[in-house]
Design a protein around this ligand. Structure first.
Ligand code: ADP
Length: 621
């Protein structure tokens, strides 16, 4: 099995790209990360150097002036602490900013993505995965690991420079026999080689087990997500409480969460065992290095190459070099593992734009003379086999009142999505006033449509913002749209009127609204947009019969000279439309007025109508 998914060079390239990205948002972060690591290392290396010098002085010349001077140098260290603290605060702030900025980048990518990608379950899962792993990976993690890496490097450089003195410190007296052997350059070289081998051993043990542990943590992350869902999300969802009680789902949730909890415990045990193995091996190298260092430095002190201060200094520096090997190996493994996150993150940001976005502006017409025509259009959703729409030829004439009917899954909503260019046809094309809609500026084209989808969403903004989809809105126009949608009295009765927050997510004085009221607000939003095409997909499903009657009886007035398209299962409400389109199995099979269509008793429309009528007749009887 490959150790890593990417080569070292590919990993470096990814880190470089991430660093460039971070630098654009928080300039000089790399400089401050380096400075922080430099000051952090310098503080303890200098402190140790001073301690060693004081001990030497106390056990040697006992020059009080020199001792006082060394003590004063301790005080001067405070300057280094100020610099270190300054860099630390900077990189902490950079880190926080970068973590949020990551979300902002992801969101702006989501908003600018082709609609098919936004709806694609795989793409949504990718986004979810990135969000879920942000606590353990990301630009922030890269910054922290980089700081450990720099600390390790600085430690090695500074401590090695000091330890090199070991080669040049010899006793003043003439040595012979065993003492001469201790002082020989050969033994010093052998000692350094031994320490280097142990450090390499530690590095290998660390990277192997950190890599295995990270892999395990990653494979446990799905279990964590499921556990989080059962233990937190499911209960947090206030709408789920009804189902939990009515269907006594407690047992189902408990059994599922118990199983996952068991898997989670096993995962933790495996991790624990990995860390135990790592620590056993690591400790062996650590003890060997420490013992060899103490022995070597003690022997050099014993033969008089340096005093007690030298013993403290060199022992400390060599131990730090070994520690540095650990932090560097830990940082490299963590950086490479973090690249798994960055890879998905960049993949998401690099999602290509496949739809063709034209440049022609749409004509701004007061008479709403926009003729849209489907030319032999067929369409398959991405990654599916079956056509959702087949060979559709259809012309929308200005001012039409069109009802679209058909069984579930017959292609009605898909036709609307094609009309609004949320998707492009797989075959055939659609024209607006004779020109292929792909040639028009996309935003301009979208401005022609107001749609209330079956699964519309309102947001935790104020009523006014929800209706207008703007921060600075035309209040009069919002009130008039609310009136047309039958929500005027309800909103007027609210203490803050248009400023009333919808839902109580963020504000205590927010209002919870019923499904029917939400639908009326969505209709008001569609009317506020004042687009040439008004499309209502199952517009009255959540409305009570009186509200439904009100909306329909006022609809002609509401939409005026616009083209209106309704998708509805209540055939009785389609009767006021001039034209009814009947869809079946992705095909437009009938197109005509209610009366015309009923003239064909064997047609689908008659079948649907009779089923509907029979149902009501039975209910009356
Ligand atoms: P209707 O609005 O008539 O109920 P739709 O247009 O929503 O039907 O669906 C038509 C067909 O396309 C159905 O078979 C449905 O399962 C499929 N479909 C709808 N949306 C998607 C999608 N996002 N991805 C894949 N298939 C889809």
């Amino acid at each position: 099995m490959k150790k890593y998914k990417r080569t070292f060079r590919e990993d470096l390239r990814m880190i470089k790209r991430a660093l460039k990205l971070i630098e654009t948002n928080t300039p000089h972060f790399l400089l401050h990360t380096y400075l922080y690591s430099f000051f952090s290392t310098a503080i303890f290396v200098i402190a140790n150097y001073i301690t060693a010098s004081i001990v030497d002085e106390l056990t040697g010349n006992r020059d009080i002036k020199k001792i006082l001077f060394l003590l004063l140098m301790y005080a001067a260290e405070i300057i280094l602490h100020i610099f270190q603290d300054n860099s630390w605060r900077k990189i902490r702030t950079f880190n926080l900013i970068s973590s949020k900025w990551e979300e902002v980048l992801l969101n702006s990518k989501s908003f600018s993505m082709d609609y098919p990608n936004m709806e694609d379950p795989l793409m949504r899962a990718k986004r979810q995965m990135i969000t879920d792993s942000r606590s353990s990976g990301g630009l922030g993690r890269l910054m922290m690991e980089l700081s450990s890496f720099f600390i390790g490097i600085n430690q090695i450089v500074m401590c090695s420079a000091i330890s090199m003195e070991l080669f040049f410190r010899h006793p003043e007296k003439t040595l012979s026999g065993f003492e001469k052997f201790i002082d020989s350059p050969g033994l010093t070289v052998a000692f350094f080689m031994f320490v280097a081998l142990c450090a390499l051993g530690e590095y290998k043990v660390n990277s192997k087990y950190n890599r295995l542990a990270n892999r395990k943590i990653k494979s446990n992350s799905m279990i964590e997500r499921l556990l989080h869902y059962y233990l937190d999300d499911y209960i947090d969802d206030s709408k789920a409480c009804k189902d939990i009680h009515i269907f006594n789902q407690k047992k189902l949730i408990r059994n599922s969460s118990d199983k996952i909890y068991g898997d989670w415990i096993n995962g933790c045990k495996e991790l624990h065992s990995l860390f135990r193995k790592k620590n056993n091996r690591y400790n062996l190298f650590y003890v060997l290095t420490t013992a060899a260092t103490y022995l070597f430095v003690a022997l050099k002190t014993y033969i008089g190459a340096f005093g007690l201060g030298g013993f403290i200094k060199y022992q400390f520096c060599i131990a730090r070099i070994v520690d540095a090997a650990e932090s560097i190996s830990g940082a490299i493994t963590a950086l490479r593992t973090n690249n798994d996150y960055l890879e998905t993150f960049f993949e998401y940001l690099d999602t290509p734009t496949e739809m063709h976005y034209g440049t022609i502006p749409t004509e701004k017409r007061m008479d709403n003379k926009y003729d849209i025509e489907f030319h032999n259009v067929s369409f398959k959703y991405p990654n599916t086999e079956n056509y959702a729409i087949r060979n559709l030829n259809l012309k929308f004439r200005v001012g039409d009142r069109i009802a679209v009917v058909g069984m579930n899954g017959s292609g009605k909503t898909t036709m609307i999505k094609l009309l609004c260019r949320l998707y492009d046809p797989t075959q055939g094309y659609i024209t607006l006033n004779g020109i292929d809609i792909q040639k028009y500026d996309y935003e301009d084209y979208l401005d022609l449509f107001s749609v209330v989808f079956q699964d519309f969403r309102l947001f935790s903004f104020s009523v006014g913002e929800n209706v207008s989809a703007e921060v600075d809105y035309d209040e009069e126009k919002v009130w008039s749209s609310l009136e047309k949608a039958g929500m005027l009295e309800r909103i007027k009765a609210m203490p803050k009127g248009l400023k009333t927050p919808v839902y109580k997510d963020f504000e205590e004085d927010g209002v919870e609204i019923s499904g029917g009221e939400a639908q009326k607000l969505a209709i008001a939003r569609a009317l506020y947009k004042d687009a040439a095409f008004v499309i209502l997909d199952e517009p009255t499903a959540s409305l009570d019969p009186i509200a439904e009657h009100e909306i329909y009886s006022r609809f002609n007035d509401m939409v005026k000279d616009k083209t209106a398209v309704y998708i509805s299962h209540r055939l009785s409400s389609c009767r006021f439309c001039d034209r009814i389109l009947v869809f079946d199995n992705g095909q437009l099979i009938q197109d005509g007025s209610h009366e015309n269509l009923l003239e064909n008793p064997d047609g689908k429309y008659s079948e649907l109508w009779n089923a509907h009528a029979q149902y009501y007749a039975e209910k009356k009887a």
